[in-house]
Design a protein around this ligand. Structure first.
Ligand code: ZN
Length: 464
């Protein structure tokens, strides 16, 4: 191996055969590291971690920084089962840099400068990206508490940090990843139906970030002082396409609008399937009050009672972890128009449709100016005791409405069952008063006390 004066340059998989002792490694420049990393990782030949360990920069402080980043992303990153990307809850790289710096200072270690920190992140962790559609990181209470604890200067010691990392791993593996997998299963059921014999429809509905819906929009360099506020709600029907509903102040966001959008999509399904309604419908929503409310459930029950459908399964995805395909839809729209001026409503509509032109999806934009008041209709017949169904511990994430023969038990011919989560066992982490703390992390932090609870299927309905 030529070391003196000449820098040894290895590219491609050769680098893997190299000795990994730090002192043996040449001092790769960021560009060289980027080239090697990209060549090996982007085509999926080698696992990220292996290539990273072979690419450790020779300076010890940089190596330590890579190790810190690796541990950080592993512990706090949100690894999605269907994407290469690891989503990280930070708004700015600077925030994470400050955290890293504080860690080093706390341990009396040297740290790299901000520029090197960003370079190391970009070059060696290109798949670890800030979560793009989450303007309020930590909407999930558990993630928020863990994040708050992790960045609290009082808890910088390795033991407490490890405990927080473990808590997050429990949260990820014990709750939101299994809920997500269940969601994917439902979407797949709809997508994999034989063409012409479809009986199942699966959709997800959500609203777009308000700050991305202003018209006229002058591009990213300037802003219009008094823009028209349009609100965008989108439905993604799995295996079919996207329908964008925009409202312009004449229709409020709320249960009525969500119900209207879902009914429109069911109608659209019927139009595409020789006037047949889907026998089974999966409705997926996030935890917003416009989606998860008693009116929504009432409408679904009514649809089954009237035999529009035989079975409807309503699932509420865990709060703060629904950055799923529907967020991808908003991402596509926003990316296509963020840099160009969009001056009129028509231009906004065109930009939305154009955004998906390469995706093979059916995309429609609809602008309802007036919708029915479903809430008023249901208010007369609702049991007021049901008002807590979507609050805190009473929250039930999964509901099933199925057609049964009308009896005294089920006079409407619809049997309703519910359970806490889609998966049978979920680990919930809850905040409890300090005096009740039993776990080591609860005792250490004194105030951010969390306890693990498992919640089993409540109504023992295995098929739900
Ligand atoms: Zn969370």
């Amino acid at each position: 191996m030529q070391r003196d004066g000449k820098k040894e340059k290895l590219l491609g998989t050769e680098v893997l055969a190299r000795p990994t002792l730090d002192k043996e490694l040449p001092n790769y420049s960021f560009n060289e590291m980027r080239q090697i990393f990209d060549e090996n990782v982007l085509d999926g030949k080698v696992d990220h971690q292996i290539i990273r360990s072979a690419l450790r920069p020779c300076s010890e402080v940089k190596s330590m920084c890579v190790t810190w980043l690796e541990k950080h992303f592993e512990a706090t990153g949100d690894i999605s089962p269907h994407s290469e990307f690891v989503k990280v809850d930070v708004n700015f790289k600077k925030t994470l840099f400050e955290e890293y710096k504080a860690h080093c200072l706390g341990n009396k270690q040297k740290h790299v400068g901000y520029n090197s920190f960003c370079e190391l992140w970009c070059v060696l962790f290109p798949y670890c990206v800030s979560r793009p559609w989450c303007n309020v990181p930590g909407k999930c209470d558990t993630c928020y508490e863990i994040q708050k604890g992790r960045s609290d200067p009082r808890y910088r010691d390795l033991y407490t940090q490890t405990m927080f990392n473990k808590l997050h791993a429990i949260h990820r593996g014990g709750m939101f990843n299994i809920e997500r997998a269940k969601y994917k299963e439902r979407a797949l059921e709809a997508i994999s139906q034989t063409k012409g014999k479809e009986t199942t429809m699966s959709l997800i509905i959500d609203g777009m970030d308000q700050s991305h819906c202003h018209v006229p929009y002058l591009g990213n360099a300037s802003s219009f002082s008094d823009p028209l506020v349009q609100h965008i709600t989108a439905i993604k029907e799995h295996g079919w396409g996207v329908r964008i509903f925009r409202t312009l102040g004449t229709v409020d966001k709320g249960a009525n609008l969500t119900i209207y959008c879902i009914l429109r999509q069911i109608e659209d399904w019927k139009r595409r399937h020789n006037d047949r309604y889907p026998e089974k419908i999966y409705v997926q929503v996030d935890g917003g009050s416009e989606n998860a409310n008693i009116y929504m459930l009432s409408m679904l029950e009514l649809l089954v009672s009237k035999r529009i459908s035989r079975e409807i399964i309503f699932s509420r995805l865990p709060v703060g972890h629904t950055h799923e395909d529907i967020d991808g839809v908003f991402g596509v729209i926003w990316n296509s128009l963020r840099d160009i001026p969009v001056l009129t409503l028509d231009a906004y509509e065109e930009a939305c449709i154009k955004a998906f032109k390469n995706d093979g999806l059916d995309v429609k934009v609809e602008t309802p100016m007036i919708i029915p008041d479903y809430q008023m209709y249901f208010d007369k017949v609702l049991d007021k005791h049901l008002s807590k169904l979507h609050k805190e511990i009473q929250t039930q994430h999964k509901w099933r409405f199925e057609a049964v023969t009308p009896t005294t038990m089920f006079p409407m011919g619809c049997k309703t069952t519910f359970k806490a989560y889609s998966s049978d066992i979920v680990v919930e982490i809850r905040k409890i008063p300090p005096a009740q703390a039993v776990t080591p992390i609860g005792k250490i932090t004194g105030e951010s006390i969390l306890q693990i609870k498992s919640r089993h299927n409540l109504n023992n309905n295995n098929n739900l």
